[in-house]
Structure formats: structure tokens, C-alpha cells
Design a protein around this ligand. Structure first.
Ligand code: EPU
Length: 338
């Protein structure tokens, strides 16, 4: 086991924030992970995976454990379905592409989401009408205190909108080591009724889309408005889309008749945070190297050398202005490490 010291974490977080880890270790097997967790000489430990949903605001004074567990295994299959086990360190988009190659359906709407498979259940990643929970069977996690492996089934994960037990009761207690998915092998259900997918397929003259077509459409849409973290540091949507009561929304609509919305239930309405932020004139704004993306106001970006604190300051100014203008509180989706 190779424990390094004072390692820059710039390439380990998609925001590209240049802070350092006091100690750093990469783990590639479950046994190694167990051994690292047992190390008494490093009492403070910090788990890092794809680094696509965190904002680091200072050096990490702990042993950073970089989860690099790899592997994909078919556990079970019928003529119509396959149960796939994927280790936590597998890159998410590479997994999606691998499934398309095998003609396994279910993940295509989630194409091009940055990050690794093991962190996908934590915030129940979602895009274009599909959430991770729709294909999730179970996940295995190592309890940090004991090093024991525990299986969480779908119900136990308590999935919600960008939420799960791993952001609530189980927060900081487990490391997800692998995730099992049920995927389809034929007659793939196709979800195209959300966002701009239908329009994109129409533009391409596709009437009966395959899962590959859906993936291509999602990739085209994402590339047209979301910045590529390899080019410009970001963490996808910085805030969650707020869910407000119908009454609150009706009041808002009186003042802002163009306010977009999605109905969640009889009583609840989701308002796109990107619209709220754009209305407050933040779209494309830049303070030093911290900025709001010019094509998607929900995405904060690092134009080069922004510090985590600068991004956080910008996020807080946005929250303040949105609260003053709309009386709506924006909750960060990104995990802020202070
Ligand atoms: N909008 C604006 N201005 C903007 C951005 C958005 O007015 O600058 C309004 C428009 O009305 C637009 C609507 O917001 O139609 C929705 O925008 P978009 O389709 O880009 O989706 P989103 O609600 O901003 C969510 C997810 C994304 C996911 C897309 C597509 C959250 C927090 N974000 O964004 O997920 O890709 O839907 O399904 O729910 C992520 O979580 O990191 C992420 C990128």
C-alpha cells in the first residue's frame, strides 16, 4: 500500500480546484480498502471517487482514499434481462457505452454524466426522464467503522430526487463498493418524452429510436449546453431544482408569467433553478475565475484558477439574490467540503 503525502487533488475533482491532500492512497481491491480503513495511524479519512459532485474549499487534512475498484460481471440473465454487477471505480459514461455495445438497455438516457458508478446511487443521478433508481437492483457498501460489507436493496436506499440514504442517515458511514443493475436485453423501453430528446430525434429524422439513438441524442443535447469538465471545470448542476407548493408557484406566476415549471404531484411544482438564476441576471457572469455558465445558468464553472471559496462565494450570492427576488431557497446539489 502506497501512502503518498501532499498530493494535489486538482485532477481528482471535476471542478479542477487545486487543493492538496495531506495523505493520499489509491485502493484497487476490497481487501486493500479494508486494510486502509483499519489504519489507526491515520484517524481522519476522506473518501474520494469520481470527484464529480464535490466542491473542495480547502486542503484536505486527512488520508484521502481514492476508490479505484474496477470490474463488470454478469450475475444473472434471462432471455429478456441481465443483472449486471459494476465495481464502484468504473467510469459512468464508459459503462453506458459498454452497455450500448452489448445492447443492454436502461442507461442510455444517463449518457455523458461525469463521475463513477459507485457514487451514482448517492445522489440518485438522473437526466432526461430517467433516474438511477429505475434500473437499480442493489448496491454493496463497506461500513467504514467495521470494514464489513453490507447490501442495500432499492427500498433501503430510500431514493428521492437527487437524494438517497447515503446523503441522509447513512452519510459518511459507508463506501459503496459495487452497484447491481437490471438492464434489458430486448424490447428496450424507450424514454424520449422529457426535455429536448424528441426534438433532437426529429431533427435527425429518427422515428423509431434505438437505445443508441437515444444515447446519441442525449450526448448531442448535453454537449450543446453543458460544459465538458475536461475543458472547463464544473460539477454539473450546482443546485437542485426547488420544489414549491402550488400556492407559492401561483403567486410567482402572477409576477413572472413566463416562469417554467414541471408538475410533481397535485400539490407540488418543480421550478427550474436555471431559470431563476438567469432571471437574476447571473447567466454568463464571471467574478475572477469563478463563473456561471453562459448556456446553462445552473452550472457554475471554474474558468481556470478559481478557488473553492470563490465558487462558494458566487453560489452564496446567487442563493441570496434568488431568495430576495423569488423568496425561494436554492439547495446545493453538489457536496460542499468546508
Ligand atoms: N433554464 C433557463 N435558463 C438556463 C437554464 C435552464 O431558463 O440557463 C430553464 C429552461 O426553461 C429549461 C429548463 O430550465 O427548459 C430546464 O433546463 P434543462 O433541461 O437544462 O434542465 P435542468 O432542470 O436545468 C436537470 C438536471 C440535469 C439534467 C437535466 C436534463 C437537476 C438539478 N439537474 O437540469 O442534471 O441533465 O435536468 O434532465 O435536476 C446534474 O444533476 O448535474 C445535471 C446536469
Amino acid at each position: 500500500m502506497n501512502i503518498l503525502q501532499n498530493i494535489s487533488l486538482k485532477k481528482y475533482n471535476t471542478f479542477g480546484i487545486d487543493v492538496s491532500a495531506r495523505f493520499f492512497v489509491e485502493v484497487t481491491s476490497l481487501l486493500q480498502l479494508q486494510k486502509v480503513l483499519e489504519l489507526k495511524s491515520y484517524p481522519k479519512k476522506f473518501v474520494l471517487s469520481g470527484g464529480s459532485n464535490i466542491l473542495l474549499t480547502k486542503d484536505v487534512d486527512a488520508l484521502v482514499i481514492y476508490i479505484n475498484l474496477k470490474g463488470k460481471t454478469v450475475l444473472n440473465q434471462t432471455e429478456a434481462k441481465v443483472l449486471l454487477k459494476v465495481m464502484a471505480g468504473e467510469n459512468w459514461h464508459e459503462l453506458v457505452l459498454w452497455c450500448l455495445e452489448k445492447d443492454y438497455g436502461g442507461l442510455e438516457n444517463l449518457s455523458l454524466i461525469p463521475g463513477n458508478t459507485g457514487t451514482a446511487p448517492i445522489q440518485n443521478i438522473g437526466a432526461y426522464g430517467v433516474e438511477l433508481k429505475d434500473v437499480f437492483e442493489s448496491c454493496t457498501a463497506m461500513e467504514i467503522a467495521s470494514g464489513e460489507l453490507v447490501v442495500f436493496d432499492k427500498e433501503q436506499c430510500r431514493f428521492g430526487y437527487r437524494d438517497s440514504i447515503f446523503k441522509q442517515k447513512a452519510k459518511g458511514k459507508y463506501i459503496i463498493t459495487s452497484v447491481n443493475f437490471w438492464l434489458t436485453k430486448k424490447n428496450h423501453p424507450i424514454t424520449t418524452n422529457y426535455g429536448a430528446i424528441e426534438e433532437e430525434l426529429r431533427n435527425q429524422d429518427i422515428v423509431y429510436p434505438t437505445i443508441q439513438d437515444v444515447s446519441n441524442a442525449v450526448i448531442a443535447i448535453r454537449q450543446s449546453k453543458l460544459p465538458d469538465p475536461a475543458q472547463i471545470g464544473n460539477s454539473g448542476s450546482f443546485f437542485k431544482n426547488p420544489i414549491v407548493s402550488k400556492k407559492t408557484f401561483e403567486k410567482l406566476k402572477k409576477e413572472f408569467p413566463d416562469a417554467p415549471s414541471y408538475s410533481i404531484s397535485k400539490e407540488q411544482i418543480k421550478v427550474p433553478a436555471g431559470w431563476l438564476i438567469e432571471k437574476c441576471d447571473f447567466k454568463g457572469r464571471r467574478i475572477g475565475d469563478a463563473g456561471v455558465h453562459e448556456k446553462q445558468a445552473l452550472v457554475l464553472v471554474n474558468h481556470g484558477n478559481a478557488s473553492g471559496v470563490e465558487i462558494l462565494d458566487l453560489a452564496q450570492s446567487i442563493q441570496k439574490r434568488v431568495r430576495e427576488t423569488f423568496k425561494i431557497d436554492l439547495q446545493p446539489e453538489v457536496n460542499i467540503i468546508r
